[in-house]
Design a protein around this ligand. Sequence first.
Ligand SMILES: Cc1cc2nc3c(=O)[nH]c(=O)nc-3n(C[C@H](O)[C@H](O)[C@H](O)COP(=O)(O)OP(=O)(O)OC[C@H]3O[C@@H](n4cnc5c(N)ncnc54)[C@H](O)[C@@H]3O)c2cc1C
Length: 360
Amino acid sequence: MNKTVLISGAGIAGLTLAYWLNRYGYKVTVIETAAGPRKGGAAIDVRGEAVGIADRMGILDKIKVKKITTSVEFVDADNKCLATLKNFGEDNLKQDIELNRDDLVAIIYEAANTDIEYLFNNRIKTIHQDNDKVLVTFENGEKLNFDFVFGADGVHSSVRKLVFGDETLYNHFFGAYFAILKVEETLGKLNRGKLFNLPNKLAATSDNGNSFVLFRSPKLNYAYRDDAAYKNILMENFAGCGWKTADILKAMTNSENLYFDEVCQIKMSSWTKGRIALIGDAAHCSGFPTGMGTSLAMQGATILANELMTANGDYNSAFSKYNSAFHPFVEAIQGTIINGLDFLVPKTEEAIKVRNAMLN
Ligand SMILES: Cc1cc2nc3c(=O)[nH]c(=O)nc-3n(C[C@H](O)[C@H](O)[C@H](O)COP(=O)(O)OP(=O)(O)OC[C@H]3O[C@@H](n4cnc5c(N)ncnc54)[C@H](O)[C@@H]3O)c2cc1C
């Protein structure tokens, strides 16, 4: 087969799709804005079906080696334990491996690094498609034709914007923002997290130095990727909150590696248009309180690749099956976000006590 594909985004979804399409005989190019596979983030979960997918990709053992043992305590302002989250990360989906996002990205990249062309520090600028091909212009001015283009460029996807329309058409905001700080040095695999709540706010830090904050807020007006604006917002929301929030704020505001975003979901009735399809957060971000973004990314990429392989060239049929096979599961997962948020950031002191009592 000489079909050519361009995948925008070398995150979990993009790398998984690159792995499978390369294996199925496509000529794969991956374009990524970062200087290499995008690093950053803290712990993520490979759950349920995604564990079997990792096994079929031949990377399950490597993932298991990087598994983090996590224990989580909710504490009061004096750091006294109020409740313990038992079996964190081993929920009723039975199969769950928690590891650092950087480790998973590195493992999938290593598996998907043969016969695949990577264009780092670059991005798609324009896309035009007709019945036979997709013409893409890159930021560096180069123009190339591909048989298919896949947007795996995350929740604020530019492929989605170029092909399907503005993000506001698909983004559902859940009234909360979060920030993650991952430190480079970690102290081993045991990841003891302590979580401190005030009504509508959560601050957390772990013994490997990572920290995390989450807070409810009406929609804020700031420029996406404006680091200084993120830091001001965090100061306004967490200054004087007590416990270790002063240390967490200091670490976050001094960092050049802060990941800040809104809690939102992407909902689309179709993830495909002509010869172009979206996968991962670009297609169906479920919001981190569901704990399923990474697993959905691996699952969707694998379903899409399998449908393309079995459709024997009939990409319309493959894309249609990808949409119909995967939408119900995605919607069920997206439906769990409110419970996840209420658990992590109860709205009142009373609700915090009820949550803690439920855990004890
Ligand atoms: C830096 C970072 C840190 C994260 N940390 C966490 C975390 O701690 N916990 C958690 O639950 N989830 C985290 N996530 C989100 C999580 O990775 C995803 O929800 C999930 O893995 C689905 O992956 P994805 O591949 O669809 O999206 P992502 O992992 O977001 O990957 C998208 C990729 O597309 C690239 N990209 C973006 N725009 C363009 C463009 N215009 N052109 C080309 N490439 C582009 C990005 O650099 C990135 O490599 C993080 C994501 C990122 C990018």
